[in-house]
Design a protein around this ligand. Sequence first.
Ligand code: TEU
Length: 531
Amino acid sequence: MTDWWKKSTVYQIYPRSFMDSDGDGIGDIQGIIQKLDYLKKLGIDIIWLSPVYDSPNDDNGYDIRDYYKIMREFGTMDDFDEMLDAIHQRGMKLMMDLVVNHTSDEHKWFQEHDDFYIWRDEPNNWKSVFSGPAWDYDEAREQYYLHIFSKKQPDLNWENPKLREKVYEMMRWWLDKGVDGFRMDVINFISKDPALPDGPDGDGSQHFMNGPRIHEFLREMNDEVLLKYDCVTVGEMPGAGTDDARIYTDPENREVNMIFTFEHMDLDGGPGGKWDFRELNLVDLKENLEKWQHALHGVGWNSLYWNNHDQPRIVSRFGDDDDFRVKSAKMLATCLHMMQGTPYIYQGEEIGMTNVTFDSIDDYKDIETLNMYKEKLEAGVGHDDIMRSIYAKGRDNARTPMQWSKDANGGFTSGEPWIAVNPNYREINADAALEDTDSIFYYYQKLIELRKSEDIITDGDFRLLHRNHPEVFAYERVHGVAQLVIYCNFSSNEHRFDRPHGEVLIQNYDGLASGDELVLRPWEAVVFDQR
Ligand code: TEU
């Protein structure tokens, strides 16, 4: 078994919003099958599929009712098998979402196995990630159960070995079917401090993130399941720092191949959390990514991402989604894809999809957004203020339908989409991108090819340049004497540097600005190859 995933690029599909084949307004598995050639053309190696299991959809599938059944709206198990075959036929792999920190309250375990969940006579002071207390009272049982997310997502009790065996059995069932790995939802939350102490201001995270038995559980999962298969794993781990990540991803420890860190995604949030948004300080971003590049080099492995189904669109967030949408999308792609790690592309990122600004709160569907809106309104915050933070940070920014064409609803559905399409679909869509040889799509395609052909991208050391420059992110990749020099302008201002020697490997402008200097134009990205 090799580390094939180190040269791979992953594409995340959020099935509800990807492609609807039957006109019910909800994306589905047959829709995914229709678009596999598109992903192959982009150069994708692995597809990460957000949950497709049977679910009442309180949190769009992250609340699973039956791990062995496909969500009715998405299709059947036959559709799934057909999709898995079609993916494999094209030489791609499939990574499933594994959501085992919690289930739906409609999972039969919740009725049948009290000891699979976490019950207390008295709740502690923890607050739910989706607003309100993290505990709900069950009349029949006359006790409270813990739910870090919605009250329809009760947390599983990993202290119980019977529960753990049920989870491993389910994982083996999917791997035996032929899936190629798992993206593990909030997997560093599964071990809680059994005393469940109060946390400061109701923040219990220090008692449930990276908890006392987390490494033991992950190792057990490897010994019981993962090591028997040639598969890839990525742990979604909010609150894991670089010291934790070194332990989680060091192959000697048999835990996960890589993790999703959140540190770089939290830099534009304030002390009040993600909704308390502020301008990104680029120096913070540079130093954070540098820290991760160094910490895992030669030890574990990084995942590289700007987007997923929980994050606003990167071109609207760290780029310029107006005049420089295409340039800044390519710049952001360059900045990320030249680093060491496995890059993840979220659906629509490859065509530069942007955030949305719906006028009415009724157009929003995300439980986190809707609960937060209600809570803030009750606390006296004005509608406009709340909407501003939703525009900047709401998860539905990522969840509007994929924009395939300039046809009605962006070609996503012939029916009424479950969430409105971004009105800019007439201009921003996959058809248009495929017709334009200079599109963001083809730029990503080239970056993906370079990662395969140039070992320095996978193996080289990372060295930050111009550390304190407030608007330019520059770094080198060094492998022996071989060297790549990457310049990325995170602004629409011009910046001048000494011109590095070497040929241009990839850039988002046509040729360099003339002269002996390197003149970085607005949102310019250029990579010099000094080998
Ligand atoms: O998200 C994990 C998580 O910690 C969330 O709080 C995430 O940071 C948040 O959405 C940002 O506001 C995972 C899934 O990716 C997310 O979609 C689920 O809602 C959540 O777990 C519960 O399963």
